[in-house]
Design a binder for this molecule. Structure first.
Ligand code: ADP
Length: 283
C-alpha cells in the first residue's frame, strides 16, 4: 500500500491533468451534441410551416380555378397563418441563439421594474379585454431599482404574460407582482444583496406535474392543447436564459385547473453597482 501511495503521489499531478482533459473533452462532446440536436430540431420545426405554405400555394396555382372563392380565401388565410408562424419561429431562434452567444456582454443598469411591466400591460391590455381576462399589476410602492437589462426583462414579461393570457379562459385573472424580499440578516453573509421578487400568476389551465420538469426545454410544448400550433416552444427557454443572465433562476408553481405562477428574484441595484463603469454592449 505504501508503494502504491508513493507511486500515486508521484503521478498525482499527471492524473489530475488527465482527469481535467477527459472532463473538458466530455463537456465539448456534450456541447456539440446539444448543438446538433438544436439544429436538427430547428430544421424540423422550420420544415413543417414551409411545407404547408408550399402545398397551399401549389394547390392554388394548379387547381385554383376549380376551387370556390371561399376555398381560395381559406387556403390563402392558412398560408398567411403559417407564414406568421414561420416568422415567430425565426425570431425566437435568433433571440435564443443571440442570448446563447457567450461572448456577448450585456450592459446592466438600474432598472425600475415598473417600466417594463407597464409597457407589457400596454401591449396586452386590449388582447386581455377581448378575451375577458383581467390583467393587472401589483407593484409595491417604492420598489428599489434592480440591476438588470431593460429590453431583456421586457422580453421576459412579454413571454410570460403572453403565455398566461393564452392559457387562461375568459373570466380569469393575470397578475404581475413585484415586491422587495424581507431582508434576512445573515451573520455569515453580511454583504448579501437585497432582492426583489417578481411573479406572473394566472388562473389558467395549469401545467401537469410531469410536464413541469420539461417546461423550460427548447421546443417543449404540452401535447394536445388548442394553442400548441400558435407557439414555438422556445418562449420559456428564452425566459430561463435571460433570468440566468441576471444571475438568478426562474421557478414555477402550477396546479391543473387552478393556475400557474412563474417567479424569480432579481438583485437590487446597490450604490456600488451604480458607480461601477459597465462594459458597453457588444452588438
Ligand atoms: P410556446 O411558444 O409554445 O408558448 P413556451 O416555451 O413559452 O412555448 O411554453 C411551452 C409550453 O408550456 C406551452 O406550449 C404551454 O403548453 C405551456 N405553458 C407555458 N406557459 C403556460 C401557462 N401560463 N399556463 C399553462 N401552460 C403554459
Amino acid at each position: 500500500r505504501i508503494l502504491l501511495t508513493r507511486v500515486f503521489d508521484q503521478y498525482r499531478e499527471s492524473i489530475k491533468g488527465i482527469a481535467m482533459t477527459v472532463q473538458d473533452i466530455t463537456r465539448e462532446v456534450e456541447l456539440n451534441e446539444a448543438k446538433s440536436q438544436f439544429i436538427s430540431n430547428v430544421s424540423h420545426e422550420l420544415r413543417t410551416p414551409l411545407f404547408n405554405i408550399k402545398s397551399f400555394i401549389e394547390t392554388l396555382h394548379e387547381y385554383g380555378e376549380d376551387l370556390s372563392e371561399v376555398e381560395r380565401q381559406e387556403f390563402l388565410e392558412t398560408a398567411n397563418r403559417e407564414t406568421d408562424r414561420l416568422t415567430r419561429l425565426v425570431n425566437d431562434v435568433l433571440d435564443l441563439s443571440r442570448l446563447e452567444t457567450s461572448c456577448r456582454i450585456y450592459h446592466f443598469e438600474p432598472v425600475d421594474i415598473a417600466g417594463p411591466v407597464e409597457q407589457t400591460l400596454r401591449t396586452y391590455q386590449l388582447n386581455a379585454r377581448d378575451k375577458g381576462i383581467e390583467l393587472v399589476q401589483e407593484i409595491s410602492p417604492k420598489l428599489p431599482p434592480v440591476l438588470g437589462h431593460y429590453d431583456l426583462l421586457l422580453q421576459v414579461f412579454d413571454n410570460l404574460v403572453g403565455n398566461a393570457l393564452k392559457f387562461t379562459e375568459s373570466g380569469g385573472r393575470v397578475v404581475i407582482r413585484a415586491y422587495p424580499l424581507e431582508a434576512n440578516p445573515n451573520p455569515n453573509h453580511p454583504d448579501e444583496i437585497p432582492q426583489v421578487r417578481v411573479e406572473i400568476s394566472d388562473t389558467g389551465i395549469g401545467i401537469d406535474w410531469e410536464d413541469q420538469e420539461n417546461i423550460f426545454d427548447r421546443f417543449f410544448r404540452v401535447e394536445n392543447r388548442v394553442h400548441t400550433l400558435e407557439g414555438t416552444g422556445l418562449g420559456l427557454s428564452i425566459v430561463r436564459n435571460i433570468v440566468e443572465k441576471h444571475h438568478s433562476r426562474v421557478y414555477l408553481v402550477s396546479e391543473v385547473g387552478i393556475g400557474t405562477t412563474f417567479w424569480f428574484n432579481l438583485d437590487v441595484c446597490t450604490e456600488k453597482d451604480q458607480s461601477i463603469e459597465q462594459p458597453s454592449e457588444d452588438h
